[in-house]
Ligand binder design. Structure first.
Ligand SMILES: [Zn+2]
Length: 265
Protein backbone atom coordinates (compact mmCIF):
# COMPACT_ATOMS: atom_id res chain seq x y z
CA UNK A 1 0.00 0.00 0.00
CA UNK A 2 1.33 3.43 -0.98
CA UNK A 3 1.15 5.89 1.91
CA UNK A 4 0.85 9.65 2.20
CA UNK A 5 4.40 9.65 3.59
CA UNK A 6 5.77 7.99 0.43
CA UNK A 7 4.10 10.64 -1.76
CA UNK A 8 5.46 13.34 0.55
CA UNK A 9 8.98 11.95 0.05
CA UNK A 10 8.55 11.83 -3.74
CA UNK A 11 7.58 15.51 -3.79
CA UNK A 12 10.33 16.39 -1.31
CA UNK A 13 12.90 14.86 -3.69
CA UNK A 14 12.19 17.37 -6.49
CA UNK A 15 10.72 20.29 -4.51
CA UNK A 16 12.29 20.08 -1.02
CA UNK A 17 9.91 21.31 1.67
CA UNK A 18 12.93 22.70 3.54
CA UNK A 19 13.37 25.23 0.71
CA UNK A 20 10.07 26.96 1.52
CA UNK A 21 10.06 30.66 2.31
CA UNK A 22 9.87 31.65 5.99
CA UNK A 23 6.34 33.08 5.48
CA UNK A 24 5.08 29.97 3.71
CA UNK A 25 3.07 27.05 5.13
CA UNK A 26 4.16 24.15 2.96
CA UNK A 27 4.00 20.43 3.83
CA UNK A 28 1.56 17.80 5.06
CA UNK A 29 -1.19 20.08 6.37
CA UNK A 30 -4.02 17.58 6.91
CA UNK A 31 -3.98 13.92 7.82
CA UNK A 32 -1.14 11.55 8.69
CA UNK A 33 1.77 10.03 6.78
CA UNK A 34 0.48 6.53 7.59
CA UNK A 35 -2.80 7.07 5.70
CA UNK A 36 -3.23 5.26 2.36
CA UNK A 37 -2.63 7.23 -0.85
CA UNK A 38 -3.66 4.97 -3.68
CA UNK A 39 -5.99 7.51 -5.27
CA UNK A 40 -4.61 11.04 -5.45
CA UNK A 41 -5.89 14.32 -6.86
CA UNK A 42 -3.52 17.18 -7.77
CA UNK A 43 -4.76 20.75 -8.01
CA UNK A 44 -3.81 24.42 -7.78
CA UNK A 45 -6.26 25.19 -4.95
CA UNK A 46 -8.12 23.03 -2.42
CA UNK A 47 -11.55 24.55 -2.86
CA UNK A 48 -14.92 23.22 -1.71
CA UNK A 49 -15.56 22.06 -5.29
CA UNK A 50 -12.25 20.20 -5.50
CA UNK A 51 -12.92 18.40 -2.20
CA UNK A 52 -16.43 17.44 -3.34
CA UNK A 53 -14.97 15.95 -6.53
CA UNK A 54 -12.22 14.18 -4.57
CA UNK A 55 -14.74 12.73 -2.12
CA UNK A 56 -17.01 11.55 -4.95
CA UNK A 57 -14.07 9.78 -6.60
CA UNK A 58 -12.76 8.14 -3.44
CA UNK A 59 -9.55 10.19 -3.36
CA UNK A 60 -7.46 9.69 -0.21
CA UNK A 61 -4.89 12.45 -0.73
CA UNK A 62 -5.01 15.88 -2.38
CA UNK A 63 -1.69 17.43 -3.43
CA UNK A 64 -2.04 21.15 -4.10
CA UNK A 65 0.15 24.09 -4.95
CA UNK A 66 -1.46 26.67 -2.64
CA UNK A 67 -1.61 25.88 1.10
CA UNK A 68 -5.11 25.03 2.33
CA UNK A 69 -4.11 26.63 5.64
CA UNK A 70 -2.16 29.86 5.32
CA UNK A 71 -3.44 32.39 7.86
CA UNK A 72 -4.28 31.24 11.40
CA UNK A 73 -7.77 29.72 11.53
CA UNK A 74 -10.04 31.39 14.09
CA UNK A 75 -13.06 29.19 13.40
CA UNK A 76 -13.81 26.07 11.40
CA UNK A 77 -17.28 26.21 9.86
CA UNK A 78 -18.63 23.04 8.26
CA UNK A 79 -18.20 24.34 4.70
CA UNK A 80 -14.53 25.32 5.27
CA UNK A 81 -12.16 23.19 3.12
CA UNK A 82 -10.15 22.09 6.17
CA UNK A 83 -13.31 20.84 7.89
CA UNK A 84 -14.38 19.12 4.68
CA UNK A 85 -10.99 17.40 4.32
CA UNK A 86 -11.27 16.02 7.84
CA UNK A 87 -14.91 15.02 7.36
CA UNK A 88 -13.99 12.99 4.26
CA UNK A 89 -10.73 11.69 5.81
CA UNK A 90 -8.72 13.14 2.93
CA UNK A 91 -5.09 14.08 3.61
CA UNK A 92 -3.56 17.22 2.07
CA UNK A 93 0.01 17.99 1.02
CA UNK A 94 0.56 21.59 -0.11
CA UNK A 95 3.80 22.40 -1.91
CA UNK A 96 3.81 26.13 -2.79
CA UNK A 97 7.17 27.97 -2.73
CA UNK A 98 9.25 24.78 -3.09
CA UNK A 99 7.32 24.12 -6.33
CA UNK A 100 7.86 27.73 -7.46
CA UNK A 101 11.62 27.27 -7.07
CA UNK A 102 12.09 23.64 -8.13
CA UNK A 103 14.29 23.12 -11.22
CA UNK A 104 11.33 21.21 -12.71
CA UNK A 105 8.69 23.36 -11.02
CA UNK A 106 6.26 26.06 -12.05
CA UNK A 107 8.65 28.71 -13.29
CA UNK A 108 10.79 26.22 -15.17
CA UNK A 109 7.64 24.79 -16.78
CA UNK A 110 6.60 28.27 -17.93
CA UNK A 111 10.03 28.74 -19.49
CA UNK A 112 9.58 25.62 -21.60
CA UNK A 113 6.17 26.92 -22.69
CA UNK A 114 7.46 30.38 -23.57
CA UNK A 115 10.88 29.56 -24.97
CA UNK A 116 9.80 28.88 -28.52
CA UNK A 117 6.90 31.30 -28.88
CA UNK A 118 8.91 34.23 -27.47
CA UNK A 119 12.10 33.20 -29.36
CA UNK A 120 14.06 33.05 -26.10
CA UNK A 121 17.76 32.24 -26.21
CA UNK A 122 17.36 29.70 -23.39
CA UNK A 123 20.11 31.08 -21.16
CA UNK A 124 18.19 31.70 -17.96
CA UNK A 125 19.29 33.39 -14.76
CA UNK A 126 17.25 33.21 -11.53
CA UNK A 127 15.34 36.47 -11.04
CA UNK A 128 15.42 36.34 -7.22
CA UNK A 129 17.98 33.81 -5.91
CA UNK A 130 17.08 32.49 -2.45
CA UNK A 131 19.31 29.52 -1.73
CA UNK A 132 23.01 28.67 -2.11
CA UNK A 133 22.21 25.89 -4.60
CA UNK A 134 20.83 28.54 -6.96
CA UNK A 135 17.14 27.96 -6.25
CA UNK A 136 14.97 31.04 -6.23
CA UNK A 137 11.96 32.71 -7.78
CA UNK A 138 11.47 33.34 -11.49
CA UNK A 139 13.94 33.69 -14.33
CA UNK A 140 15.28 36.10 -16.92
CA UNK A 141 16.00 35.31 -20.55
CA UNK A 142 16.60 37.30 -23.72
CA UNK A 143 14.60 37.10 -26.92
CA UNK A 144 16.31 37.02 -30.30
CA UNK A 145 13.66 39.44 -31.57
CA UNK A 146 12.42 42.82 -30.36
CA UNK A 147 8.79 42.78 -29.18
CA UNK A 148 6.22 45.50 -29.05
CA UNK A 149 4.06 45.25 -25.92
CA UNK A 150 1.01 44.42 -28.04
CA UNK A 151 2.72 41.55 -29.89
CA UNK A 152 4.14 40.15 -26.64
CA UNK A 153 0.74 40.36 -24.91
CA UNK A 154 -0.86 38.43 -27.78
CA UNK A 155 1.69 35.63 -27.48
CA UNK A 156 1.20 35.49 -23.71
CA UNK A 157 -2.58 35.35 -24.09
CA UNK A 158 -2.24 32.35 -26.40
CA UNK A 159 -0.14 30.52 -23.79
CA UNK A 160 -1.88 31.50 -20.54
CA UNK A 161 -5.45 32.13 -21.75
CA UNK A 162 -7.76 34.51 -19.92
CA UNK A 163 -7.12 38.24 -20.13
CA UNK A 164 -3.63 39.75 -20.35
CA UNK A 165 -3.17 43.29 -19.02
CA UNK A 166 -0.01 45.09 -20.06
CA UNK A 167 1.75 48.43 -19.99
CA UNK A 168 2.54 50.18 -23.25
CA UNK A 169 6.23 50.93 -23.62
CA UNK A 170 7.93 52.81 -26.41
CA UNK A 171 11.22 50.93 -26.43
CA UNK A 172 11.40 47.38 -27.83
CA UNK A 173 11.34 44.42 -25.43
CA UNK A 174 14.23 41.96 -25.59
CA UNK A 175 15.26 40.98 -22.07
CA UNK A 176 12.35 39.42 -20.22
CA UNK A 177 11.81 38.58 -16.54
CA UNK A 178 9.19 36.02 -15.55
CA UNK A 179 7.76 34.88 -12.22
CA UNK A 180 4.52 32.93 -11.80
CA UNK A 181 1.78 33.87 -9.35
CA UNK A 182 1.97 37.31 -7.81
CA UNK A 183 5.44 38.82 -8.26
CA UNK A 184 5.07 42.46 -9.27
CA UNK A 185 7.17 43.23 -6.16
CA UNK A 186 10.11 41.93 -8.23
CA UNK A 187 9.80 44.85 -10.65
CA UNK A 188 12.83 46.66 -9.22
CA UNK A 189 14.86 43.44 -9.33
CA UNK A 190 13.95 43.01 -13.00
CA UNK A 191 14.91 46.63 -13.69
CA UNK A 192 18.26 46.21 -11.90
CA UNK A 193 18.98 43.18 -14.10
CA UNK A 194 18.37 45.22 -17.25
CA UNK A 195 15.05 43.62 -18.16
CA UNK A 196 12.65 45.41 -20.49
CA UNK A 197 9.59 43.51 -19.24
CA UNK A 198 8.29 41.56 -16.24
CA UNK A 199 5.63 38.90 -16.83
CA UNK A 200 3.66 37.81 -13.76
CA UNK A 201 0.11 37.91 -12.33
CA UNK A 202 -2.00 39.75 -9.73
CA UNK A 203 -0.52 43.19 -10.44
CA UNK A 204 -1.76 45.99 -8.15
CA UNK A 205 -2.55 49.51 -9.33
CA UNK A 206 0.54 51.27 -7.94
CA UNK A 207 2.90 48.79 -9.60
CA UNK A 208 1.86 50.01 -13.06
CA UNK A 209 3.14 53.50 -12.18
CA UNK A 210 6.28 52.01 -10.61
CA UNK A 211 6.82 50.15 -13.90
CA UNK A 212 6.49 53.39 -15.85
CA UNK A 213 9.08 54.97 -13.53
CA UNK A 214 11.42 51.95 -13.86
CA UNK A 215 10.98 51.82 -17.64
CA UNK A 216 9.96 48.15 -17.45
CA UNK A 217 6.81 46.93 -19.18
CA UNK A 218 4.51 44.86 -16.96
CA UNK A 219 2.39 41.94 -18.19
CA UNK A 220 -0.37 40.56 -15.95
CA UNK A 221 -1.33 37.07 -17.11
CA UNK A 222 -3.30 36.31 -13.96
CA UNK A 223 -2.46 34.30 -10.87
CA UNK A 224 -4.52 31.35 -12.10
CA UNK A 225 -3.24 31.76 -15.67
CA UNK A 226 0.43 31.45 -14.66
CA UNK A 227 -0.07 28.70 -12.05
CA UNK A 228 -2.77 26.43 -13.48
CA UNK A 229 -0.01 24.08 -14.70
CA UNK A 230 0.76 23.06 -11.09
CA UNK A 231 -1.78 20.21 -11.15
CA UNK A 232 -0.14 18.62 -14.22
CA UNK A 233 3.43 19.11 -12.94
CA UNK A 234 2.62 17.49 -9.58
CA UNK A 235 0.69 14.66 -11.25
CA UNK A 236 3.55 13.90 -13.67
CA UNK A 237 6.10 13.58 -10.83
CA UNK A 238 3.84 11.37 -8.73
CA UNK A 239 2.90 9.14 -11.69
CA UNK A 240 6.56 8.68 -12.66
CA UNK A 241 7.56 7.58 -9.15
CA UNK A 242 4.39 5.62 -8.31
CA UNK A 243 2.91 3.88 -11.35
CA UNK A 244 0.78 1.84 -8.93
CA UNK A 245 -1.35 4.81 -7.82
CA UNK A 246 -4.19 6.57 -9.64
CA UNK A 247 -3.61 10.31 -10.08
CA UNK A 248 -6.28 12.76 -11.21
CA UNK A 249 -4.89 16.15 -12.35
CA UNK A 250 -7.59 18.75 -11.68
CA UNK A 251 -6.59 21.95 -13.49
CA UNK A 252 -9.73 23.64 -12.19
CA UNK A 253 -10.81 27.04 -13.45
CA UNK A 254 -10.08 30.67 -12.70
CA UNK A 255 -12.23 31.49 -9.66
CA UNK A 256 -12.93 34.91 -11.23
CA UNK A 257 -15.06 35.36 -14.34
CA UNK A 258 -14.08 37.88 -17.02
CA UNK A 259 -16.69 40.18 -18.57
CA UNK A 260 -15.44 40.87 -22.08
CA UNK A 261 -18.30 43.23 -22.99
CA UNK A 262 -20.18 42.95 -26.28
CA UNK A 263 -23.79 41.93 -26.85
CA UNK A 264 -26.01 41.27 -23.86
CA UNK A 265 -26.97 37.56 -23.75
ZN1 LIG B 1 0.20 31.32 -6.27
Amino acid sequence: MTTVQEIYETIDAFAPFASQESWDNSGLLAGAGTQPAEKILTTLDISQGVIAEAAAQGVQLIVSHHPVIFSPLKALPVQHPVYQLAAHQIAAICVHTPLDMAPEGLNAYAHTLLRECLSLEGRTDVLEPCWKDGRGFGWTDTSTRAWTPQALAQQLQSVFGGAVRYSAKETPIRKIAYCSGSAASMLELAAAQGCDALITGDIKHDRWYAAEFSDVALFDCGHYGTERFAAEILAAHIRAAHPEVTVIAQAGADPAEICAGGEEQ
